[in-house]
Ligand binder design. Structure first.
Ligand code: NOJ
Length: 751
C-alpha cells in the first residue's frame, strides 16, 4: 500500500513537473519565433480605441493603433468590455497577426462588474474574510462572463489619510488586516485555478506607497522611510504574492524621491527578487511618461529605458515602449534579456489563463446573458452589504426602528439616490441601478415613510471625469424638511458623499459633510431630537457635531447595488450590525493622518492641559471612533483576560484567552480583536498592533472563551538589522472590541 502511494506521489510529481516544463517549453518556443517588435508589442497595452464592433476607427491616431493591433504590436487592451467587443478584437489578434498571440483584456473591476458590491473600504469593515472573498468571486464571475480576464484589483494600499479619495478602494489603515483582505480578494478573483472560465487574473496595486500621498493629495510625493515601507506598506503586497496574484501595478508617485515606475529597488530587488514574484508588472496609466514631469527622466526614450530596466513589464497607455524600446535595445541601453523576461512573464499569465488553448474562452454570449446581474449575485452583494455597515452610536436604543405605527421622516438627497451607492469605480454597473434607501424602507409596509429631500447635495449627472457640482446656496427645501421632521416619530437623515466625491483624483482638504448637509442636520435636530443619521460616504468624515448631538449614527458607506435593502434591514434590526471600522475617524481634519498603531513620542499625553506634551490645544489626540470600533444592538462584555504563561522563547507559544459574554437582548456578532505591544525594540515601536481577530456570534446571555495563539511569527517586525525578527523583552497583550482597549497582560520573550 505504502509503495503504491509513493508511486502515485512520484507520478503526480512527474506530471506536475511536466506541466511546468510544458509551459516553459511552450513560451520559450513562442519567444524564439518572435521579432523584437512583436516582443515589444506584448509589452504594450492600449485603451479601447473604438467601438470594437463598429466601423473602422477614424482619425490617424485611432488608425495607427488599429494597425498596431493587426501587426501584433499590442499585448493587452483595457476598458474593452462585453463579449462582442472582446471577441472582435481577439479575432484580429488571433487571426490577423503573424503569430496569433491572444490579447489579455483588463478592466477596473474594483467592487463588482455589473452587480456592484460595497466599496472595498466598506467591505473591509465586515472583517469577514469569507464574505470579502465571495464578493470578489462574484465580480470575477460576472467580469469573465463579459469577456474579461484581468482586473486591476485589489488595491492593497494602506492609508491613514481620509483626505485621499482613494481610501474607498482599500482595506483601511492596518497592515495585518490589510494583508488578510488582500489574500481573500486575490483568491476571490483568481479562484483555485486561473484557467477556469470564470476566474480572472488579479493585480495588486499600487506598488507602492501611493496611499501615503503627502497631504492626502492624489498622485503626490510619498515620503516613507524604509521601516514604514517594510512594516506598514509592503505586507499586503507580500500577502498578495503569497496568495499567487498574477500581476502587479506600479504607482504614479515617487517613493524615496524615485518614481515607483522607475524603481528597480521595488520591482526587481524586492518584488521579483526577494519575493520571487513570477507574474508581470503593468505600469499605471501613463506613469512611464510621467517620470518626465517628475524630473526623473529627460525624455520619452529615457523614461522607457528607466522603466524597462527597473522591471515595469507592460506599458499602460504611454506608448513609449512601442515607440522607443526598439531603438533602446538596438543601442544596448536596454538588454534584450530584459525584454525577453518581461515577455515571458506576460505570456506566462496568458498561458495560465488558458488563452492559448482557447482565446475565446471568456466570450460566451449565453453566459454573459445569464450571469450578469443574476439573482444569485444580487443576493451575494446584499449579504456583504449588510455585513459592511458599522453602527457608530445608538443612544437610548433608538435603533432598531419599531416596525409598526411609526411615521418616519426620510430626509436627504442621498436617501432617494439610486446612483451614489454604487460609488466610484463602478465597473459596468448601470447608473441609477442601486436600491435606494427610500425603496428599502418602503418595503417595510407597516410604517409610513414621508420622504423630502431637504437640500440638494449636488446638481446634475455625475461621472468619473468631472467634479461633482455641489450646492452651497440653495436652502429652499429646509422649511418643508423641518415641518415633516416635526410631525414624525423619528427622522432618518441620509447624508454623506455623492458616489464620485471619493475615488481617484477626489482628494479633499475638508472632511465635513459636503455642501449644506451639516446645516440641514442641525436644523432638523432643532425640531426633532429622534434623529438617525445614516452616512453614505466613501471615506471617514468629520462628524464631531453629530457624535455629540445625534442619538443614532449608522456608517453605511457606499454599499453597492443592494444598498437600500441592506440599510433598511439594519435599521429595522432584521440584521444586527456587526461591522467595525478599519480607518480611524478624526475629530477634525487637522488630526489627519490619524491611525491607531502610532508611536508614543517622548512626551506622550492624553491630556490637552499639559502644554509641553504631545497634544493639541483644541481637541484630544484620540479619534472620535478608533480603528476596530463598531457597536451592535446587543452589548458585549469582555472578562478573564489570561495568558497561559508569562514568558516564552521564540520556539514556544502562549495562549491568550478572554471570555466574551453577550450581555444584551439580541443575538449578535462581535469581532474579538487581539493587539500586542512590543514595549521596546531596536526601533521605536507602535503602541498597539493588531495580531489576530475572531468573529463570534452569541445568543443573549451566552458566553464563550476565545483563545489566540501567540507565537514568534506575531512578534516579528522589520528591525534596524533590516531583517524580520523578534526581539527579546516585554510585550503587552490586549483583547477587546476595538483598538482603544485598555486592560492588558504582560509576557516576556526570553532566550
Ligand atoms: C489609473 C489608476 O490609478 C489605476 O488604479 C487604474 O487601474 C488605471 N488608471 C486604469 O484605469
Amino acid at each position: 500500500m505504502r509503495k503504491l502511494i509513493t508511486l502515485l506521489l512520484s507520478t503526480l510529481l512527474l506530471i506536475s513537473c511536466d506541466n511546468k516544463s510544458e509551459k516553459e517549453i511552450f513560451i520559450n518556443d513562442l519567444l524564439s519565433q518572435m521579432t523584437l517588435d512583436e516582443k515589444i508589442g506584448q509589452m504594450n497595452q492600449y485603451n479601447g480605441f473604438w467601438d470594437a464592433t463598429g466601423p473602422m476607427p477614424e482619425g490617424e491616431y485611432q488608425k495607427s493603433r488599429y494597425r498596431d493591433l493587426k501587426n501584433g504590436l499590442v499585448g493587452s487592451m483595457l476598458n474593452v468590455t462585453g463579449v462582442d467587443n472582446v471577441r472582435a478584437l481577439q479575432k484580429i489578434a488571433v487571426e490577423e497577426t503573424r503569430l496569433g498571440i491572444p490579447l489579455i483584456f483588463a478592466f477596473d473591476v474594483i467592487h463588482g462588474y455589473q452587480t456592484i458590491s460595497p466599496i472595498p473600504l466598506a467591505e473591509s469593515s465586515s472583517w469577514d474574510l469569507e464574505a470579502i472573498e465571495k464578493s470578489a468571486r462574484v465580480a470575477a464571475i460576472e467580469a469573465s462572463a463579459a469577456g474579461l480576464n484581468w482586473t486591476f484589483a485589489p488595491m492593497v494600499d494602506i492609508s491613514r489619510d481620509a483626505r485621499w479619495g482613494r481610501v474607498m478602494e482599500g482595506a483601511g489603515e492596518d497592515p495585518f488586516l490589510g494583508s488578510l483582505i488582500a489574500k481573500a480578494r486575490v483568491k476571490g478573483f483568481q479562484g483555485n485555478d486561473l484557467s477556469d472560465y470564470n476566474t480572472i487574473a488579479a493585480c495588486a496595486k499600487h506598488f507602492t506607497s501611493y496611499g501615503f500621498a503627502e497631504a492626502g493629495r492624489d498622485y503626490n510625493t510619498a515620503d516613507t522611510n524604509e521601516y514604514t515601507l517594510f512594516n506598514t506598506i509592503l505586507p499586503p503586497f507580500k500577502a498578495a504574492v503569497d496568495a499567487g496574484v498574477s500581476t502587479f501595478m506600479n504607482s504614479f508617485n515617487t517613493v524615496d524621491e524615485i518614481p515607483a515606475t522607475g524603481s528597480s529597488f521595488l520591482q526587481r530587488d524586492i518584488l521579483k527578487g526577494e519575493w520571487g514574484f513570477d507574474g508581470f508588472v503593468v505600469s499605471d496609466w501613463g506613469s512611464i511618461g510621467e517620470m518626465i514631469p517628475h524630473g526623473y527622466a529627460r525624455d520619452g526614450a529615457h523614461a522607457a529605458e528607466i522603466a524597462a530596466n527597473a522591471g515595469s513589464d507592460m506599458d499602460m497607455e504611454s506608448s513609449l515602449y512601442i515607440r522607443k524600446l526598439d531603438e533602446l535595445v538596438t543601442s544596448g541601453k536596454v538588454d534584450i534579456s530584459i525584454v525577453d523576461d518581461a515577455v515571458k512573464r506576460i505570456l506566462g499569465v496568458k498561458y495560465d489563463l488558458g488563452l492559448f488553448d482557447d482565446p475565446y474562452k471568456y466570450c460566451n454570449k449565453d453566459r454573459e446573458k445569464n450571469v450578469l446581474g443574476s439573482k444569485e449575485n444580487q443576493e451575494a452583494v446584499l449579504d456583504i452589504a449588510k455585513k459592511s455597515i458599522v453602527l457608530l452610536k445608538n443612544d437610548d436604543a433608538l435603533l432598531p426602528l419599531k416596525k409598526k405605527n411609526q411615521t418616519i421622516a426620510l430626509i436627504g438627497q442621498l436617501a432617494n439616490d439610486k446612483n451614489s451607492a454604487i460609488g466610484n469605480w463602478r465597473g459596468r454597473g448601470a447608473s441609477n441601478s442601486a436600491v435606494s434607501v427610500l425603496e428599502g424602507l418602503n418595503s417595510y409596509k407597516e410604517n409610513k415613510v414621508i420622504y423630502t429631500k431637504g437640500v440638494d447635495l449636488y446638481y446634475g449627472e455625475t461621472n468619473f471625469f468631472t467634479r461633482v457640482d455641489v450646492n452651497y446656496n440653495d436652502r429652499s427645501g429646509f422649511n418643508r424638511a423641518r415641518s415633516v421632521a416635526k410631525s414624525s416619530d423619528v427622522v432618518v437623515m441620509v447624508l454623506g458623499e455623492e458616489g464620485y466625491q471619493t475615488g481617484e483624483g477626489r482628494s479633499r482638504t475638508n472632511l465635513l459633510l459636503p455642501g449644506l448637509q451639516q446645516e440641514l442636520l442641525e436644523e432638523i435636530y432643532n425640531v426633532n431630537k429622534n434623529v438617525v443619521l445614516v452616512l453614505v460616504n466613501g471615506r471617514p468624515l468629520n462628524i464631531s457635531w453629530a457624535d455629540e448631538n445625534i442619538p443614532a449614527i449608522v456608517e453605511a458607506w457606499q454599499l453597492g447595488s443592494q444598498a437600500g435593502n441592506a440599510i433598511a434591514q439594519v435599521l429595522y434590526g432584521d440584521y444586527n450590525p456587526s461591522g467595525k471600522l478599519t480607518m480611524s475617524f478624526p475629530r477634525n481634519v487637522g488630526q489627519v493622518p490619524i491611525y491607531y498603531n502610532y508611536k508614543n513620542t517622548g512626551r506622550p499625553s492624553k491630556s490637552q492641559k499639559v502644554v509641553t506634551a504631545s497634544a493639541y490645544s483644541d481637541v484630544e489626540n484620540s479619534p472620535i471612533y478608533p480603528f476596530g470600533y463598531g457597536l451592535s444592538y446587543t452589548s458585549f462584555n469582555y472578562s478573564d483576560l489570561t495568558l497561559s504563561s508569562e514568558e516564552m522563547n521564540n520556539k514556544q507559544s502562549i495562549i491568550a484567552s478572554v471570555t466574551l459574554t453577550n450581555s444584551g437582548k439580541y443575538k449578535g456578532k462581535e469581532v474579538v480583536q487581539l493587539y500586542i505591544r512590543d514595549l521596546h525594540g531596536s526601533l521605536s515601536r507602535p503602541l498597539k498592533e493588531l495580531k489576530g481577530f475572531e468573529m463570534l456570534e452569541l445568543e443573549p446571555g451566552e458566553s464563550k472563551k476565545v483563545d489566540f495563539t501567540i507565537d514568534n511569527s506575531l512578534l516579528k517586525y522589520y528591525t534596524v538589522n533590516k531583517k524580520w525578527e523578534s526581539e527579546l523583552g516585554d510585550f503587552y497583550v490586549y483583547i477587546g472590541g476595538n483598538s482603544d482597549v485598555d486592560s492588558f497582560k504582560k509576557f516576556e520573550l526570553i532566550n
